[in-house]
Design a protein around this ligand. Structure first.
Ligand code: FAD
Length: 332
């Protein structure tokens, strides 16, 4: 394989109902940094039906070029059709790196593309870097139960590919009016060539704010002692208009449901304010909340690791401090 033929950083742009997924904008931010370091172009790959209107936003968030497959056959995401488009584009233009969001679509597509190209894929990456001179992608992710960060290299193949967790990279600020180069592509793919048929789209609708979209998350841990003690977390979240979060241990204890779990095997959150109350600060928890705007920890152990990862720390008993906070915010 001649590595010299491969150049450029690509981001698969995920689109749902005519909207670009936030993770794709975050990846354009991360991809821009890699492309700058290598002195190469940053491109997006956008696949869908009637999607041309989205190119403007993609350039404004950092892409230099955009490969577009705009055909009715791409109206719904299907592994077989999207994979054919990406294989076509990648074999024709030979990028050095392709990044995907670690969403259900991104993970499905990246693994299918990796097997067909064939190349390596690092899944669920949380840190990215590139060697300036060789172009080797340094894709890091927690390993061995989150006890170490492993940097995974793809030394023998190109392109190098990674899926990246939503909310860990930062999108650039939108540069209004920034323009780029649109490359329109087409593949000859017939409906009868695709085995998967979309019969119905069932939308999950809920009025509740999702934890990964909340501005304030009040998370509690084993330090709350019991399901009854954990009620204080609900009360503080309610007072602040926030959403409840929890460590894995409280989820396993059944004090709160799994979709409230923050961390490596839960959700990654980046609220404006994150309270970590009675949470020790294990690495598996920290990876899910470390990019929050303001982190406030309450723990009765002054040596608890959480105090290494917070902006403000209160050493004290949660059962004394939470009622004081609720009272103070009520009267504020
Ligand atoms: P503990 O570690 O027991 O900490 C309780 C804390 O409360 C202590 O620091 C204590 O000082 C403090 N405390 C006690 N009483 C009070 C009081 N009255 N007032 C104030 N503070 C008090 N964990 C996650 O959270 N999310 C994950 O996604 C996750 N994924 C994992 C994946 C793997 C593969 C593994 C191996 C582990 C994972 N874990 C995860 C578990 C993680 O390692 C920790 O075990 C867990 O986060 C600890 O939860 P905790 O902080 O609530 O409990």
């Amino acid at each position: 394989m001649n590595f010299e033929e491969y150049s450029g950083v690509w981001v698969f742009i995920e689109e749902n109902d005519g909207k670009i997924a936030q993770v794709s904008l975050e990846l354009l931010g991360a991809g821009r940094a890699l492309a700058n370091k290598r002195g190469v172009e940053l491109a997006g790959v956008l696949i869908g039906d009637k999607i041309n209107g989205l190119s403007k936003t993609i350039f404004e968030y950092g892409a230099d070029s955009l490969y577009v497959y705009d055909q009715p056959i791409f109206k719904y995401y299907r592994t077989e059709s999207y994979m054919q488009a990406l294989l076509h584009c990648s074999e024709k233009y030979k990028p050095e790196i392709i990044l995907y969001g670690a969403t259900s679509t991104g993970k499905d597509l990246a693994s299918a593309v990796a097997t067909d190209l064939p190349t390596g894929l690092t899944a669920d990456t949380t840190e990215l870097d590139v060697e300036e001179d060789t172009g080797l992608l340094l894709a890091s992710r927690p390993a061995f139960g989150g006890n170490i960060m492993a940097t995974i290299l793809c030394k023998k193949y190109r392109p190098q590919m990674a899926t990246v967790r939503p909310k860990v990279m930062k999108a650039l600020s939108q540069e209004k009016g920034r323009i780029g180069n649109v490359i329109e592509e087409k593949i000859d793919l017939k409906e009868e060539d695709i085995r998967t048929k979309v019969l119905e789209i069932v939308r999950h609708t809920s009025k509740k704010i999702k934890i990964d979209e909340a501005d304030i998350v009040v998370a509690g841990g084993k330090g709350l002692g019991s399901a009854q003690g954990f009620n204080l977390i609900h009360q503080l979240a309610h007072t602040l208009g926030g959403v409840v979060g929890g460590s894995r241990d409280v989820v396993e204890a059944g004090w709160v449901e799994h979709h409230h779990q923050v961390g490596q095997t839960g959700v990654t959150v980046t609220p404006k304010i994150y309270f970590a109350i009675g949470i020790s600060g294990a690495i598996q928890h920290i990876v899910g909340m470390k990019n929050s705007g303001l982190i406030i920890a309450i723990n009765k152990d002054p040596n608890a690791p959480i105090f290494q990862s917070c902006h403000y720390g209160i050493v004290g008993d949660a059962f004394e401090i939470i009622p004081l906070l609720i009272q103070a915010f009520h009267t504020a």
